[in-house]
Design a protein around this ligand. Sequence first.
Ligand code: B12
Length: 213
Amino acid sequence: MASYEELANSVIRGNAPKVIELTKSLVESGCDPLEIINQGLIGGMNVVGARFKVGEMFVPEVLMAARAMSSGVEIVKPLIAEGDMPSAGKVVLGTVKGDLHDIGKNLVAMMLESAGFEVLNLGVDISPEKFAEAVKEHQPDVVAMSALLTTTMLAMKDTIDVLAEEGLRDKVKVIVGGAPISEEFAQEIGADGYAPDAASATELCKNLIGQAS
Ligand code: B12
């Protein structure tokens, strides 16, 4: 039988066909979709992150690994989002201006959807103005911003400032996340919350929406 370790290794090697084959095989043998994601797919991507950091892997390999991981996630996603749950709330989500990292953000989207949230995923490189427009148009409960670069994390503050200027800040809860973000930073820029990973992002949104009502 396929193992999570084998799946993680195929992500690390960027072997999408193998990732698809192993993910399908794990699903067929009745493994928990969330475990397949956390232990196999994210498990592999975590190793890729560590190797990239120390210069053992390079951008093209990282991209191949990310694509391989996504092809596995695509298979598992419908199984998680399947539950016929009423909407737990509406979340507008995006990666901030100047930042193109979207793997973690998309995981957050997926986890939120699986927990019954309606998610409007704006994409990457989203300017403060675009976030504000989306808030006006969709009137979400939560605005969620992702940043993976120390240079782009400040765009989170810019976005909060623009929301305030447009009179929208009090209408939504703002949450932030991404590898360089911390609880302290979130407080400093006036966000309502921070979560270190996709699973806790879901808890955070539930708590914040619970407080609001
Ligand atoms: C994959 C990757 C890329 C890919 C991105 C592909 C894609 N489609 O996303 C590519 C190759 C394109 C890339 C490019 C660059 N990258 Co890069 N990249 C990474 C890498 C290896 C992994 C990131 C990742 O996907 N992690 C896996 C996910 C699952 O984790 P995550 O994003 O942290 O998300 C989790 C949590 O943070 C949280 N979360 C995330 N978002 C949110 C949002 C909310 C609201 C909440 C609550 C939670 C939350 O939940 C997620 C799931 O649990 C990291 C290294 C690392 N260890 O992080 C470097 C890294 C982020 N990159 C880095 C750099 C420098 C760059 C480049 C500038 C490189 C270059 N010289 O060109 C460019 C910048 C491009 C740009 N303008 O954005 C640096 C940043 C350094 C810094 N401190 O600023 C890092 C840390 C690598 C390093 N150590 O040098 N990168």
